[in-house]
Design a protein around this ligand. Structure first.
Ligand code: PBG
Length: 329
């Protein structure tokens, strides 16, 4: 009996060999760091459920952007905790609201940073839903068409403040089209849209809702976010968003939806983003805090698996950490 000719272990013998034949790479250039901005000055409120993350006042957010750029992180996505909330989410469309103010400060301190603006109402509505609510025969429900008009206004305000990319995440039908038309009308035809196309009604957003203080006051988001059981439906959402003018499509969350990322990768040549969400990040830290996982190895494995599935870029709370550990290697 002779040995088989192919012996995969031959290529695993040393770090140099393993690195030479490695199929997937992860670079800090592909990562986007989320930042939570809040009113005030000199504020840095640690978010208990999100290891290493804080709510930052605008001055601190600008400092953080400079620090991130020095580490090699090239992009941030901003979420705002507004001064006040109401049923229309008015601060979302206010040019002097918390997010546009932070965008201006960050772009001033760090012009090369790619600033992504999340386009949604849930951080700004007192009921916490992603759009305007109307009474229907089934109870309160997000009014799609009224909502997309507000999202279009919000996108223009964000672009005007200096956002390099806008990212609609409200899961309203037609939101990309409404935003594209509004941007083009206001001479922002060069501002790309990163569409949260396949955004699932996931339990893994828990820590984010603490961080952004935007949990729905009643009900849930299943009337507009996707059913976790549906994979094929992601194609419908992505096709619509691309027809409407999306430049990048996104799958969110990432780790429970790697099959969706992989299937889209086979089907489309546009850039694909994945959102490694708060719960996916927090689980690793929670287990590591108990000594049950190797923190760094588990986080790296999470990120590389998202790349292996086919994502070009990853929004992750681990971006800063990844940049630091890359420098130290
Ligand atoms: C909402 C929004 C959410 C996240 C980003 N934008 C959550 C939600 O639907 O409540 C979640 C991100 C995360 O969990 O890290 N516009």
């Amino acid at each position: 009996m002779s040995f088989p000719i192919r012996r995969p272990r031959r290529l695993r013998g040393s770090p140099a060999l393993r690195s030479m034949v490695r199929e997937t790479r992860l670079s800090v250039d592909q990562l986007v760091q989320p930042l939570f901005v809040r009113p005030g000055q000199g504020i840095e409120n640690p978010i208990e459920s999100l290891h290493g993350q804080s709510q930052l006042s605008v001055d601190r957010a600008a400092e953080k952007a400079v620090e991130l750029a020095e580490l090699g992180v090239r992009s941030v996505i901003l979420f705002g905790i507004p001064e006040s909330k109401d049923d229309q989410g008015s601060e979302a469309t206010d040019a002097d609201g918390i997010v546009p103010t932070a965008v201006r400060a960050i772009k001033k301190a760090c012009p090369e940073m790619i600033v992504i603006g999340d386009v949604c109402l849930c951080e700004f509505t007192d009921h916490g839903h992603c759009g305007v609510l109307h009474e229907t025969r089934d109870g309160l429900s997000v009014d799609n068409d009224e909502t997309i008009d507000l999202l279009a206004d919000e996108a223009v305000v964000l672009a005007d403040a200096g956002c390099d990319i806008v990212a609609p995440s409200a899961m309203a039908d037609g939101q990309v089209d409404a935003i594209r038309c509004a941007l083009d009308d206001h001479k922002f035809d060069q501002v790309p849209i990163l569409a949260y196309s396949a955004k699932y009604a996931s339990a893994f957003y828990g820590p984010f809702r603490d961080a952004a203080e935007n949990a729905p006051a009643s009900g849930d988001r299943r009337g507009y976010q996707m059913d976790p059981a549906n994979g094929r439906e992601a194609f419908i959402e992505c096709e619509l968003d691309l027809e409407e003018g999306a430049d990048i499509i996104m799958v969110k969350p990432a780790l429970s939806y790697l099959d969706v990322i992989a299937r889209l990768r086979d089907d489309t040549d546009v850039p694909i983003a994945a959102y490694h969400v708060s719960g996916e990040y927090a689980m690793v830290h929670a287990a590591a805090d108990r000594g049950w996982l190797d923190r760094d190895a588990a986080m790296l494995e999470s990120l590389i698996s998202i790349r292996r599935a086919g994502a070009d870029m990853i929004i992750t709370y681990a971006a800063e950490w990844y940049a630091r550990q890359s420098l130290n290697r």
